[in-house]
Design a protein around this ligand. Structure first.
Ligand SMILES: [Zn+2]
Length: 286
């Protein structure tokens, strides 16, 4: 946090240095982009093959075969969801929130892809529809579906409050994964990772650069839709923060369930193939 606690004097050319224009860290002109038009054709003919209700302050897992679509749907009331994704057959390959942020920016929407961890680095899923795309960035710099937060967790909660809370998204996701794999919680906990914050409205304060949240603009009927580029195992937590307008990591907020729907198209998008497992090779540079 840049709160100028130290008495550091400015150099004479401070303003000139600040006025240097930024450059984009990862120019995306060469980033391969999905053929959204082909995805749209595929989603005109599909069948729902699975439905999972995620109870409030809890999480559930779900499977999405490569070439299928899935939706996270708001039902009953405004609710934020914390999403984890793994390659279906390998927990080591998981959603890489940080690199997805570096490539796509702080908040995701239609056309953005969710990339997997190193050394795999391939698109796991593509966002094909976002009913909250209209929100853009608000006057506070806030927007929806961020990859800047991590997930609420009992350790940070205890660090800051001294109290225990067992329905943080981290714990919910851990329990859902343990249940799905029939393995002990302790064994699968390290596979839980930084999330896509579905429907959450967040940003950084302009004066101190602190992570903020505000009431989600999501309403029942809104959804975020993905195309599974590879076979996926997913887990979604209905955050104990509810719409995240006040606080998380407690039972104080009003919480609602979320719905996950999986759709299988009659035919995969024209020209689409599932990306190879390690498309850019191992680059250790002996
Ligand atoms: Zn949470």
């Amino acid at each position: 946090m840049k709160l100028a606690r130290d008495q550091v004097s400015e150099p004479v050319d401070a303003d000139a240095r600040r006025k240097i224009a930024p450059v984009i860290c990862y120019p995306v002109e060469t980033l391969p982009r999905p053929d959204l038009a082909a995805y749209r054709v595929a989603r005109e003919r599909w069948q729902k093959i699975e439905e999972v209700i995620v109870p409030p302050r809890d999480a559930r897992s779900f499977d999405v075969p490569a070439g299928c679509f899935f939706r996270i749907v708001s039902i009953e009331g405004p609710q934020v969801g914390d999403l984890n994704l793994w390659a279906a057959n390998d927990l080591d390959e998981r959603f890489f929130s940080g690199k997805t942020r570096a490539l796509n920016g702080t908040h995701l929407s239609t056309g953005d892809q969710l990339w997997s961890s190193l050394p795999y680095l391939r698109p796991m899923a593509t966002i094909t529809h976002d009913t909250l795309d209209w929100y853009g960035f608000d006057e506070y710099g806030g927007s929806v579906h961020d990859v800047i937060g991590t997930r609420c967790d009992p350790y940070t909660h205890r660090l800051l409050s001294g109290h225990d809370y067992h329905h943080c998204c981290h714990s919910n996701l851990t329990r859902a994964l343990a249940h799905r794999l029939n393995r002990p919680k302790e064994a699968v906990e390290p596979a839980v990772h930084d999330v896509l914050n579905v429907f959450m409205c967040t940003g950084f304060t302009r004066d101190t650069g602190q992570y903020f949240m505000k009431a989600s603009p999501v309403r029942p009927g809104d959804y975020l839709e993905f195309f599974a580029e590879i076979d996926l195992l997913g887990a979604l937590s209905a955050c104990p923060g509810g719409d995240c307008s006040a606080e998380h990591s407690s039972d104080a907020a009003v919480c609602h369930p979320l719905l996950v729907e999986v759709y299988k198209p009659e035919a995969p998008p024209q020209g689409w193939t599932s990306p190879a497992r390690n498309p850019y090779g191992r680059q250790h540079g002996e």
